[in-house]
Design a protein around this ligand. Structure first.
Ligand SMILES: C=C(O[C@@H]1C=C(C(=O)O)C=C[C@H]1O)C(=O)O
Length: 357
């Protein structure tokens, strides 16, 4: 037997053990599920903080060579498959299939979940509110293009909690049926990806008409139907729509990342490092925002983001969205929130959730 065959034989033996262990683990999780239903806790079949504890313990114990992020994705798939034995988690995302939102949803919940494409960010919120799905995943900001205002606006009319965040590295591909730039007369994509590769497009495809679509998946579908059309989309779309790659990684910034939020009905329990998002409006008078920010500053709370949006019913008045380090169950944070909320006309905690950055 050659060296490779001998090593493959050893791998086969390990795989047999893994298979047995995966199933023994699943049996135990089923037992926990039965205990939960005896105690009428079936609505808590998914326990994100327990999953997080397992991730953190496994990463601590890990001696490599597998990196921490690979350990996390392997365990994510184990949790997803285990939950699906009882009832798969249902997740709404901005569809259709193969969008970056779809990829973020898979990253957050694993392949054994059921993914429900929604036609708009508003409908993701309403699908969660109506209990049609367990969670929704919504884009909130991109490192090149900034904030997704539509998502901020949806929080105004909703009581849902942010329970997690997901960071997804975005690589953009120019795709077409032939894979040849000379064939292309028009290009399709969502306005965000067009903006994320503006300089590349100016340099290499300046004369080609750019046509906006509601998603990168719709753009890929257009490109799959017409020889002279190209799409800017992700690799998943290339595979799904059987398109050839004209150019890869055409985003202007190498670290192009989109941050997504997980929204649900339950607040998240405290993790090792947490972030809190709040939304508030204040009196239209000199120094009122400064006074609020000083409360955070005096209490040494690190702000990670501040964003304003016009109030829809009053011109030139604003709603502020602030993210900061810490969890509302931390004693210091709780005190700051009470002080700040007294000084605001309107104040709401959107959620405290694990900091994944
Ligand atoms: C088994 C449980 O239920 C689910 C499955 C988990 C797992 O596979 O380890 C962890 C948390 C829950 O989402 C549990 O609550 O411990």
């Amino acid at each position: 037997m050659g060296k490779i065959d001998e090593i493959r034989d050893r791998i086969d033996k390990i795989d047999e053990k893994l298979l047995e262990l995966f199933n023994r683990r699943a049996d135990l999780a089923i037992k926990i599920g039965k205990e939960k239903s005896k105690r009428n806790e079936s609505n808590h079949f998914h326990v994100p903080h327990r999953e997080r504890e397992i991730f953190e313990r496994m990463k601590r114990l890990n001696t490599g060579p597998l990196p921490a992020h690979s350990i996390e994705s392997i365990f994510r798939e184990i949790f997803s498959a285990t939950l699906a034995l009882e009832k798969p988690l249902r997740i709404a995302y901005l569809g259709p299939e193969t969008t970056f939102s779809h990829q973020a949803a898979i990253k957050a919940f694993g392949h054994s979940s059921v993914f429900e494409p929604a036609s708009s960010i508003e409908s993701i919120f309403s699908m969660v509110e109506r209990g049609h799905v367990d969670y929704g995943i919504v884009p909130i900001e991109n490192s090149t293009e900034g904030v997704v205002n539509l998502t901020l606006d949806c929080f105004v009319d909703s009581n849902l909690h942010i329970s997690d965040e997901v960071l997804l590295g975005i690589n953009l591909y120019l795709l077409s049926k032939t894979g040849n730039l000379d064939d292309i007369k028009e290009m399709y994509s969502h306005p965000q990806p067009f903006a994320q590769c503006r300089s590349w497009l100016n340099r290499h495809a300046g004369g080609i008409e750019q046509i906006p679509t509601s998603s990168t998946a719709v753009a890929a579908e257009m490109a799959s139907k017409h020889k002279h059309a190209a799409a800017i989309a992700g690799k998943l779309a290339a595979e799904f729509y059987d398109l050839k790659i004209i150019a890869e990684k055409i985003e202007d910034r190498a670290q192009n990342t989109t941050r997504f939020l997980v929204i649900g009905k339950e607040p998240a329990k405290k993790a090792k490092r947490n972030k809190t998002s709040v939304m508030f409006s204040i009196q239209d008078e000199a120094g009122s925002l400064l006074k609020i920010l000083q409360v955070f500053g005096r209490n040494e709370i690190n702000l990670t983001k501040i964003q304003s949006r016009p109030l829809r019913n009053r011109s030139w008045e604003y709603l502020f969205f602030v993210d900061f380090e810490g969890h509302i169950d931390d004693p210091g944070i709780d005190k700051v929130i009470r002080t700040v909320s007294k000084r605001c006309m309107y104040f709401r905690v959107l959620g405290s959730y694990p900091w994944n950055g």
